[in-house]
Each structure stands twice: as structure tokens, then as C-alpha cells.
Design a protein around this ligand. Structure first.
Ligand code: LMR
Length: 332
């Protein structure tokens, strides 16, 4: 069993996502209401004082599940013994910047953190990369931590998945919990493909396809897709900061489902190492529909992919291949 009574977490940086995430983890939203946690928070030396302030707040909040807090600027101390690593640290994208602009700054950070995790984390540590470019950062981490099983290194596309659920529920004026089985394919970027072809809605007369209830393919095939694809940029424009509370909440959802399982008949989206499913090139961290059981994810197989979807799956794979090439060029 991965989770023990003194389970440890690592979160990075005193940035907005980390600040939103720590109380959620300490309240049991990530690992359930009965799981005690020890938080390891890592930040860079100029943020050490602020990090200590967050530690003081965590003590002051008197969270019953919180059994300890390690606030450190030492990557080895931060990584030692962790069971779950939520990689929120990175150079943030600012208004007007493309994701590729932050690539070179982030790949070197991920290379260093990979080595520390590989040497010091608990053997079955589960990793989710949140900081952009999330898929490619996860790939770099995987490459530089070869002894961590590739199934344990993932990136966050649950935020996009949740955004897609949110858009459908707003459109249909329904509870978001009544909508399920949207899919985010590919990159956590504006080429991602939010797919509703297999999504359903719970109604008083049973489950109905989203396409049938929305009854507007033009909206589903255009505005819905671009709204989800561009949501991160829209939030940056509005807040002048990238999304934080929704990213933190989605990171909790990602880990909770991975560790505790997905409900029967429901899948979620996770960025995972491609095994070639759906003709996605092997060797990319690509978002697929997955179910989780006993702490393992599996890609949902056998879903039909129409021609419209195929093109979009390929386009986002193409972008990821290009990012991979760019990332390696930044490292050399
Ligand atoms: C988001 O999706 O909100 C973040 O990844 C921000 C970004 O850089 O797009």
C-alpha cells in the first residue's frame, strides 16, 4: 500500500498554486479524510522567509490531518521519503508569453529536480507535473530519473478536463457532477483536444450523450473547444496571474483518483507516457482517458475516433514532438 500513516507530500514554491494547494492537501481533499499527511514545501532561497510564513499559517490553521511540515530550500531535504510529488514550481507564464518562451527556463529546473527525486523519494513515489510546459517537463523528469517507473510520472490535464465539464454544465444549466467522460487528448496547451464524443449527462430518464442534449454540433465543434483550449490564457488576461485555485483543486483530483481509484463507469484525463494507444507516438507524455484502480492508471481502450478527432489528436501530438525536440535543444 502506497499510503502510510505518515504519508509525505512535496509541493513547490510559495507561488499561488502552492498556496492554494497546501490547505486542500492538509484538509484531506487530495488523499481522503482519514489520511494523515506530512507536507514538504520546497522553494528557492529568496522565498525562504515567505515559505516560513506559509509554514506558520499551516501550524495556525490546526489541521487535524497535518502531522508535520518541512519548509526548505534544499531539494534533497524536500524530496527525501516523499510518496507524492506535485511539481508546481517553475517559471510562470506571464501575459503575452507563449508556453515555448518558458521552456528553456523550466527544463533545467526539471532536470535537477528529477535527480533529487530519483535518489531520495520513496520507491513508489507518484509524480504529477503541474508547471508549464507540463507534458514536456514531465518527459524531461522521466528522462533524468530513469529508475522511477514511467507509469509513476504524469502531468496535469485534469484542469482542462474539469474546465470541459464546467463548460458543458454551464451550457446545459446542470450540476457539473452530472456530466462525465469528457476527454482531453494531448498537450496541456492550446492544441489540446477537448472531446465530448463519449461524454454523457445524468438525467431523470438515465444517461444521455452530451451531443444529444446540447444539440448544437457547431458550438461543440468550435466555440466549446476553443474556450477550453484558451481558458488558461483567458484567466491570465483577467487575473494577471495564471490559474491557481482551479489548478490546485484539479491536482488534488488527479492524485485522489490515481491513488483511490475512479468511480465505476467513469474515466478522467491524465497526461501519461504514451504506449502507442490510439496511434499516438510512443515516448510522449500525452493526455489520454484513463481509469484508475489499486494505485495504477490504465488508458481506456477501444473508443471510436472520427476523422475530425483524428486530425486533432495528431495535431497536438505533433506539437508535443516539436516541444520535445526544443526541450532537448535547451538542455544541450
Ligand atoms: C492554465 O491552464 O491555466 C495554466 O497552464 C496557465 C497557462 O500558462 O496556460
Amino acid at each position: 500500500m502506497l499510503i502510510t500513516s505518515d504519508d509525505r507530500k512535496i509541493v513547490g514554491f510559495t507561488g499561488q498554486i502552492g498556496y492554494a494547494l497546501v490547505p486542500m492537501v492538509a484538509r484531506g481533499i487530495m488523499l481522503g479524510p482519514d489520511q494523515p499527511v506530512i507536507l514538504h514545501m520546497l522553494d528557492i532561497p529568496p522565498a525562504a522567509e515567505a515559505l516560513n510564513g506559509v509554514k506558520m499559517e499551516l501550524v495556525d490553521a490546526a489541521f487535524p490531518l497535518l502531522k508535520g511540515v518541512v519548509a526548505t530550500t534544499d531539494v534533497v531535504e524536500a524530496c527525501t521519503g516523499v510518496n507524492v510529488a506535485v511539481m508546481v514550481g517553475g517559471f510562470p507564464r506571464k501575459e503575452g508569453m507563449e508556453r515555448k518562451d518558458v521552456m528553456s527556463k523550466n527544463v533545467s529546473i526539471y532536470k535537477a529536480q528529477a535527480s533529487a527525486l530519483e535518489k531520495h523519494a520513496a520507491p513508489n513515489c507518484k509524480v504529477v507535473v503541474v508547471a508549464n510546459p507540463a507534458n514536456t517537463n514531465a518527459l524531461i523528469l522521466k528522462e533524468y530519473a530513469p529508475s522511477i517507473p514511467e507509469k509513476n510520472i504524469t502531468c496535469l490535464t485534469r484542469l482542462d478536463h474539469n474546465r470541459a465539464l464546467g463548460q458543458i454544465s454551464e451550457r446545459l444549466k446542470l450540476q457539473v457532477s452530472d456530466v462525465k467522460n469528457v476527454i482531453i487528448w494531448g498537450n496541456h496547451s492550446s492544441t489540446q483536444y477537448p472531446d465530448v464524443n463519449h461524454a454523457t449527462v445524468k438525467t431523470s430518464s438515465g444517461e444521455k450523450p452530451v451531443r444529444q442534449l446540447v444539440a448544437d454540433d457547431t458550438w461543440l465543434n468550435s466555440e466549446f473547444i476553443t474556450t477550453v483550449q484558451q481558458r488558461g490564457a483567458a484567466i491570465i488576461k483577467a487575473r494577471k496571474f495564471s490559474s491557481a485555485l482551479s489548478a490546485a483543486s484539479s491536482a488534488c483530483d488527479h492524485i485522489r483518483n490515481w491513488v483511490l481509484g475512479t468511480p465505476e463507469g467513469t474515466w478522467v484525463s491524465m497526461g501519461v507516457y504514451s504506449d502507442g494507444s490510439y496511434n499516438v507516438p510512443k515516448g510522449l507524455i500525452y493526455s489520454f482517458p484513463v481509469t484508475c484502480k489499486n494505485g495504477e492508471w490504465s488508458i481506456v481502450q477501444g473508443l471510436s475516433i472520427d476523422e475530425f478527432s483524428r486530425k486533432k489528436l495528431d495535431l497536438t501530438a505533433q506539437e508535443l514532438s516539436e516541444e520535445k525536440t526544443l526541450a532537448y535543444s535547451c538542455l544541450s
